[in-house]
Design a protein around this ligand. Sequence first.
Ligand SMILES: [Fe+2]
Length: 208
Amino acid sequence: MIEVDIKALRDIIATFMKPKRLTHTLGVEEEARALGSIFLPEKLNELSVAGLLHDITKELSVEEHIQLCHEYGITVDFDNIESKLFHAKTGCEFARRKFGCEVVDDEIYYGIYYHTTGREGMTLFESIIYLADYIEKNRTFPDCVKLREYFYNNLEKCDTIEQKKEILRMTMVLSFDMTIKNLIEESRGIDLDTIKARNYFLKNKNCF
Ligand SMILES: [Fe+2]
């Protein structure tokens, strides 16, 4: 990745969202760097960029998302995907077109693409962005607080990086369990990628 002026990027993304979402976005960036400093210290700037850009299209209307998908040639099954998930599918492409593929490289692109659903075989980078979005410090929803406490309380007890990675894996399983339970309780659709992600982390002890 080319060198990115992170401070300038923070100022640019502030023009795309309301103050509350900006606070969340800056929280995701901070959390992504915190997780990165444990698990992926060589990618801190890339994690910053993905964290800052992950919600860049979140404030668009459903009609605007559909329009962008047509414009970008993105295939989205609009009848079977929750509208809350549109922004991940449009956000990565919007970000790449705006900032270029040298800034939004494939790792960042897919970090944004899968940050709401997860996927089977998701990478450490994708997992960090996904989890940072869930547990960043401004999140007050009970499940977010529970997941944040679960992760950090267990992390404290770890000595080795292998133990820390195992806590990360178990935290990913718990996050998908909570998401799936909530979706069922709210009678909403569950993306197949989310189910596959949950099973993947449940079964693969050496995923990281
Ligand atoms: Fe987010």
